[in-house]
Design a protein around this ligand. Structure first.
Ligand SMILES: OC[C@H]1O[C@H](O[C@H]2O[C@H](CO)[C@@H](O)[C@H](O)[C@H]2O)[C@H](O)[C@@H](O)[C@@H]1O
Ligand SMILES: [Ca+2]
Length: 797
């Protein structure tokens, strides 16, 4: 058998060489059966084979040729481009975008040689092999039969059958692929969980895009894991999480995994102040009856009873739309503004998730999406009276931690050169001021005695969006008392047929827990609605200082308020200026110092406005006071020196301390916002707070811990990125059993979305660590080894 590049024949491009291999005719049939040949040709790949044998001598020459006239497709192009229709290898299809198709520096002739080059047989498969590729400076590529390689890869490597290749699988951890560079003659082993799982991911994408044969850059398999994760977030995960609400995709965003009613269907509730949207959706429903879209106008007054009455017909709440000319009809139409959803079972626009997501989107230059989300919030404040927990009917009376001013300012920073930027900021500021007064500084959320605010939304009955069994341990004793089944009791309680004041109190706090975003935690259970929390009051301090500074520095200290944004006793012609917002901030800071600061413990605590004492649960939200700038320099130092050691563990910050959580067991199960879990928002805000007070090293160290944990899980577990982590676990921190488990785990072959705020924490966190750290991260250097070596200055970079 011989093989090798041949001198280009006259007329071929100077950069093209041809490789031929002589193989036995029977072998040829084995490698490219008739079916595969047909499909290769359909893919625009030509096969030229000279079957000239008459005896058993190996004289067949087969040359598989793929188009090499491509110029500039990058090896790390996003999957839809790398495997997309327009960029098919050798595509002859109409509309192929030649300027972006793949580049092959040398020839692209794949000989029909023997061995596992095309099928990608696992090493243990026992096939006779041709020669192995020596390491070379030329970037290696593989020629792969997508379906058969996928099949053999899963058969040999996915030993637990979950369509992922992870360190828990017990396969040989090796597969052999034919290299394209050698014309397919030589083969190379792909070894180890990470490369094999990347191969699985690439093949899953290739199959999804209908590719039967691909030429795959090895660089996609052994890519630095930090670069790969960051690249996937930037080029793929955000796209996977982007939604819009309009006729084009209403069935996608209408789908609600939390809908447990008998007949789930897309449904949209439109506020009374948006008649154009009502007409628009009614037309969509009439034009496309197959959607079974139900369109309902909300009443002017939205009462807790009304919200409860929607429990058995849950639906989307309409968001902001733009007007556009429909190119097909030439008529004006409405189109939904795209936004990002968290992922998993959360397929709608969330309040504080959106803020966190926007931090990552801005790093990734997707500022328009962050801007849209600010505009959706302004729409929500205008039409629903608040930034919604999320835009589903069952969230109508709840808000979430407020971040609008910071979010709008970060977007503004990036668009300030644009003509409409000031108008954008004005709109956001007016909305934030209205929200501030109407939601957070009004009863029942405002505690008039302290002047501090609480999460305390209105509502009635049992929240319908939780998992079916979530309240079983709470409700069963009541069901037994009333001699009813669990389901009967839920119905009777929700309908007001049985009255249980203790349960009413329980659910008041439960709704508050959900509004706080920290659902659920022993910090807040059965008490949340009474707590002036350190998180909420820090965020409101940030609103006050942001609003003051923005009015003064950007709007000349005079911001007239249009009638539709007036609140309370404000009169037409009302003008806002900075002084009053400064006073509000000072007042809140004094109240926070008085009620929440604990000089003995050196951190801030929540304040119980009913019991009139501090609530001694140590929460990572104490660092939000630093993020907001509400801590004095002395308080900040104390929180770093005495607070930080309480929360800092292997993977960053735990949501609360183990001691504060208390003992857990069968009767007292783990709650997801308690120890040992860590959440992206807690990390992000602590990094920002530490930086704000000059604790850059601490911020870098914490960011490194979190990023390392994420990278390691990504590396070991087939590219996983999840909603939250057990930050104390060194090996599989993505495994979380508390409450509804974890979101972002449930994928086959390749993760397509990650999880919104965790994606953001990665991109944002990479901005915080320095370049040495980034390199150490790429080499998966554990945080403690890194800092020890760094302290001893042994690390060579
Ligand atoms: O369905 C149960 C609860 O789910 C949400 O809470 C969790 O997911 C949100 C989206 O990522 C996140 O904002 C929140 O912090 C998580 O705890 C929802 O917000 C709750 O209201 C809901 O009851
Ligand atoms: Ca597996």
């Amino acid at each position: 058998m011989e093989s090798g590049p041949h001198t280009p024949s006259p007329g071929t491009s100077p950069s093209t060489t041809t490789t031929t291999t002589i193989v036995h005719p029977q072998r040829l049939e084995q490698i490219i059966p008739a079916v595969a040949k047909a499909s290769l040709e359909a893919d625009g790949i030509t096969i030229r084979s000279n079957i000239a044998n008459t005896d058993d001598a190996p004289r067949t020459v087969g040359v598989l040729r793929y188009n090499t006239s491509h110029d500039s497709l990058h090896e790390f192009a996003p999957a839809h481009i790398y495997y997309g229709d327009d960029h098919d290898i050798g595509s002859t299809k109409k509309g192929a975008v030649r300027s972006k198709v793949r580049t092959y520096s040398t020839s692209a002739a794949i000989p029909l040689n023997s061995g596992g080059g095309i099928d990608g047989q696992p090493r243990s498969g026992g096939r006779r092999r041709a020669s192995y590729d020596e390491p070379s400076s030329i970037p290696r590529k593989f020629f792969i039969n997508v379906v058969s390689t996928l099949q053999s890869l899963l058969e040999s490597e996915d030993t637990d059958g979950n369509y992922q290749i992870t360190i828990d699988d017990g396969g040989p951890k090796t597969i052999t692929l034919g290299t394209a560079n050698s014309g397919g003659y030589n083969r190379a082993d792909i070894r180890g969980t990470y490369m094999l799982s990347n191969l699985l991911q690439e093949l899953t994408y290739a199959k999804q895009f209908g590719r039967r044969y691909i030429v795959l850059d090895e660089a996609r398999l052994n890519e630095n894991p930090v670069d790969r994760l960051s690249r996937l977030i930037r080029t793929s995960f955000w796209d996977g999480l982007t939604r819009r609400i309009d006729a084009s995709v209403i069935e996608v965003v209408g789908y609600d995994p939390k809908d447990r009613t008998a007949d789930p269907r897309p449904r949209i509730y439109v506020p009374i102040g948006a008649p154009e949207q009502l007409a628009y959706y009614q037309k969509v429903a009439a034009d496309r009856p197959e959607l079974r879209l139900e369109v309902i106008q909300l009443p002017k007054e939205i009462t807790p009873d009304y919200v409860k009455s929607l429990n058995d017909k849950p639906g989307l709440l309409a968001l902001a739309m733009d007007k556009e000319i429909d190119p097909r009809t030439g008529q004006e139409t409405l189109v939904g503004k795209p936004f990002v959803v968290p992922g998993g079972r959360f397929n709608e626009l969330y309040g504080w998730d959106s803020y966190m997501e926007s931090l990552g989107l801005i790093v990734d230059n997707k500022v328009e999406l962050a801007k849209n989300m600010v505009e959706h919030f302004a729409f929500c404040i205008q039409h629903y009276g608040k930034i919604l927990n999320a835009n589903r009917s069952y969230y109508l009376s709840r808000s979430q931690p407020p971040f609008l001013t910071d979010m709008a300012l970060r977007v503004y920073e990036r668009i300030r050169h644009e003509p409409e930027s000031k108008e954008f900021l004005r709109g956001a500021l007016l909305a934030a001021m209205k929200e501030y007064h109407q939601v957070w500084m009004s009863e029942p959320r405002l505690d008039k005695v302290t002047g501090l605010s609480r999460y305390r939304p209105e509502g009635k009955g049992i929240p319908p969006e939780t998992e079916a069994e979530h309240f079983e341990h709470i409700l069963m004793p009541y069901a037994e008392k009333h001699n009813m089944s669990f389901d009967e009791f839920q119905q009777a309680y929700n309908d007001g047929v049985v009255i249980e004041p203790d349960l009413d109190e329980y659910f008041l706090h439960d709704r508050a827990v959900r509004e706080s975003g920290h659902d659920t935690s022993y910090r807040l259970e059965k008490i949340c609605g009474n707590l002036a929390t350190i998180d909420l009051n820090s965020l409101l301090y940030k609103y006050e200082t942001d609003i003051s500074k923005t009015i003064r520095t950007i709007f000349g200290d005079k911001l007239p308020v249009p009638d539709e944004w007036l609140v309370g006793d404000q009169k037409s012609g009302h003008v806002e200026s900075s002084a009053i917002w400064d006073r509000r901030a000072r007042k809140r800071k004094m109240a926070m110092d008085k009620y929440m600061w604990n000089p003995e413990k050196g951190i801030f605590f929540d304040y119980d406005t009913v019991e009139k004492k501090q609530h001694f649960y140590e929460t990572a939200t104490t660092f939000w006071a630093m993020w907001a700038g509400a801590a004095s320099p002395g308080q900040a130092r104390s929180m770093v020196e005495r607070g930080l050691p309480k929360f800092e563990v292997l993977g960053g910050l735990v949501a609360g301390t183990e001691e504060s959580r208390g003992v857990v067991g069968i009767d007292r199960p783990n709650r997801q916002w308690d120890y040992p879990y860590g959440w992206a928002p807690q990390q992000i805000l602590a990094w920002g707070g530490l930086q704000r007070y000059g604790f850059d090293q601490e911020a870098e160290r914490l960011a490194y811990r979190w990023l390392f944990m994420m990278t390691k899980a990504f590396f070991d577990y087939n590219g996983v990125v999840v909603e939250k982590y057990d930050v104390t676990r060194p090996v599989d921190p993505h495994r979380v059993d508390a409450e509804y488990g974890n979101q972002g785990l449930d994928f086959k072959g390749v993760a397509r979305e990650g999880f919104g705020w965790v994606n953001a924490s990665y991109q944002y966190g990479l901005q915080i660590i320095n370049s040495h750290m980034r390199r150490a991260l790429g080499a998966l250097t554990p945080p403690d080894s890194f800092s020890n070596a760094f302290d001893r200055e042994e690390m060579v970079f």
